[in-house]
Design a binder for this molecule. Structure first.
Ligand code: ADP
Ligand code: ZN
Length: 605
């Protein structure tokens, strides 16, 4: 049967071989076994259940929380000649009945269902009348409370094991950590499932984290320098910031759209649709955006605010470069982010135990921001892969960060906090250190303190950098109220007593840092002038076909497929067929149009 799956891979999908561990996963399902699959975004999870759904008798039931994207997935499959349908609340009664009938009559290879609908009695009855090939539970980490996308309706998916004991089940996620994995396995009753855990590295993504210094301007110069004409996502914490940033980028001439939970659903869907179907849309969004977005050519993900955890950061940045071509994960953060996240956490309603978890996660995220060694190594080791070498494709590798002995300076900072009564925020404490005469400092009698003016040798920016690092490392804490008063943490004692030293990161002015390390070219920049013309022509051809079919361009062909056309310049169907991503259907449907573009180009040259 695996041979049949391989033939389908080649003929229908146009790929010449399996990626690791697709073959083993598929074999497991074909042999009636269950599987738990953890693979990074872009790793190729979909084929793990699509191929067995097609090869096994009956319909593959795919559980996915992403109602808005189901129809897109069904459309993309139908262009490949695969019979798929979906059941969710957006269907009208006629469509619903038609899809249900098709299922019972065994006419579907795959059926996408939202979890809450799957567990309705009506659906369960329907399923028991149909022949089922398998259950695939996508985004399976949603079942875990430890994870960050918990969805209560996922909890009941465990029932599938008892109700359909003979139907193999596969759970898939890109979320890595061991605890989430364990919860998935227990709650979905997949204790007996074979586990497939693929390495988490995304080598084509370049990670960069720099200090905030006029965030919007920084973002603008980053996009102008490296991503004009590209699709990207900009993550912000609040709805207001999303709106501000989107309209500001739009004023600057970019196709930037907002996305957050406060927008009317129609507008949200409209913006999402534009992001998927147009080539160069920048989505400015809260974390409400992104899960299940499988647009392969998102060239950058930018963060204007600090994510709560490394899991969230990795998942969000992972949406860049699914096609394997170079992509950027870019973030700026500052003292205010650190303070804000800490306050949010401490003032939240969560139980103490939960807070402790969140605190650990935030520590890890801050650690990643402040680290001076390879970021990828740190990320991967967080996800349980400690043995990677330096990557050569993150800011710290490309441009080693300087450190300096901050022991003396940190002690001054800590005593200034202590001597002024642990009741002031950063700005006031810096005024004390720098001995700045203001009405406020005179009123408070700060000029009488022994720490008054002991830090005149450093400028404000440097002091802010010092405080950021002290708060990030947990030596100083911040009250969760509006004042954000600093106070000493137990852990700073050794440093104060002179028993410990501390190394601080020297913050490079962002402008410098970014121009120097901005050599990650977009793929088309590596094309010769003549090839650039062909690339554009092929993209136009793809665009026209996509418009006509009303699907996103990447559903016709990926950028990587077009780039292969540019470099190989095939002149016959046989040559074209060798290119990755061109299966029988697509060869027949679109081959002639693309061959014509290529031969016209060759004739002109
Ligand atoms: P995931 O769901 O793991 O994020 P996808 O299933 O969307 O990843 O696959 C990512 C990309 O890799 C898709 O564009 C897909 O077409 C491509 N892909 C998957 N498997 C293969 C393969 N065996 N050979 C070539 N490309 C593949
Ligand atoms: Zn690195």
């Amino acid at each position: 049967m695996i041979e049949q799956a391989r033939q389908t891979l080649i003929q229908t999908f146009g790929f010449d071989q399996f990626r690791d561990p697709q073959q083993q996963v598929i074999e497991t399902l074909l042999a009636d076994g269950d599987a738990l699959v953890v693979m990074p975004t872009g790793g190729g999870k979909s084929l793990c259940y699509q191929l067995p759904s097609m090869v096994r008798e009956g319909t593959g039931i795919i559980v996915s929380p992403l109602i808005a994207l189901m129809q897109d997935q069904v459309n993309a499959l139908s262009l490949l000649g695969i019979k798929a349908g979906c059941l969710n609340s957006s269907l009208d009664f006629d469509e619903l009945q038609r899809t249900e009938a098709a299922l019972v009559n065994g006419e579907l290879d795959m059926l996408y269902i939202a979890p809450e609908r799957l567990l309705q009695q009506r659906t369960l009855n329907l399923l028991s009348r149909a022949k089922l090939a398998l259950f695939a539970i996508d985004e399976a980490h949603c079942v875990s409370q430890w994870g960050h996308d918990f969805r209560p309706e996922y909890l009941q998916l465990g029932e599938l094991a008892q109700r359909f004991p003979d139907v193999p089940r596969i759970a898939l996620t890109a979320t890595a950590d061991a605890r989430t994995r364990q919860e998935m396995s227990e709650r979905l009753h997949l204790e007996g499932a074979k586990q497939f855990i693929k390495g988490f590295d995304r080598p084509n993504i370049r990670y960069r984290i720099a200090q905030k210094d006029g965030a919007k301007e920084q973002l603008l110069s980053f996009i102008r320098a490296e991503h004009s004409g590209d699709a990207g996502v900009v993550y912000c914490m609040s709805r207001k910031r999303v709106e501000d940033t989107a309209s500001w980028l739009a004023q600057k001439g970019f196709n930037a759209l907002p996305y957050h939970a406060g927008l009317p659903p129609e507008l949200r869907n409209h913006n999402q649709h534009r992001f998927l179907t147009e080539e160069a849309v920048i989505m400015v969004a809260t974390i409400a955006f992104g899960m299940g977005i499988d647009k392969p050519n998102v060239r950058f993900v930018a963060h204007l605010d600090l994510p709560k955890s490394i899991e969230a950061y990795y998942q969000e940045t992972g949406r860049a470069g699914r096609d394997g071509l170079p992509a950027n994960a870019w973030m700026v953060y500052g003292l205010q982010d650190v303070i804000f996240q800490r306050q949010m956490l401490e003032s939240g309603q969560a139980a103490d135990e939960q807070k402790q978890i969140e605190r650990q996660k935030l520590e890890a995220m801050l650690g990643l921001c402040e680290i001076t060694s390879c970021r990828r190594r740190a990320l991967l080791s967080y996800f349980g892969e400690p043995d990677h070498p330096d990557c050569g494709n993150c800011d710290n590798c490309l441009e080693p960060a300087e450190v300096w002995d901050g022991t003396e300076v940190a002690r001054k900072a800590l005593s200034a906090v202590y001597r002024s009564g642990q009741q002031y925020g950063v700005t006031a404490v810096i005024e004390i250190l720098r001995g700045e005469q203001t009405d406020r400092s005179r009123q408070r009698g700060h000029d009488q303190l022994s720490t008054w003016g002991i830090g005149r040798d450093l400028d404000k920016t440097t002091w802010r950098s010092v405080f950021r690092q002290l708060v990030a490392r947990g030596l100083l804490r911040v009250t969760p109220d509006n004042f954000g008063s600093l106070y000493l943490a137990e852990s700073c004692r050794a440093l104060l007593k002179g028993e410990e030293t501390i190394e601080l990161r020297r913050d490079v002015r962002p402008a410098k840092r970014f121009t120097k390390s901005s050599s990650s070219k977009r793929p088309e920049f590596n094309l010769t002038h003549a090839d650039q013309g062909l690339w554009e022509a092929l993209r136009n051809c793809r665009r026209d076909i996509a418009d006509e079919k009303d699907v996103p361009p990447y559903v016709i062909f990926h950028d990587s497929t077009l780039l292969e056309m540019v470099s190989l310049k095939p002149t016959s169907a046989i040559q074209l067929r060798r290119i990755n991503g061109i299966g029988d259907r697509k060869l027949e449907a679109y081959g002639p149009a693309f061959l014509k573009v290529i031969s016209d180009h060759l004739a002109e040259a």
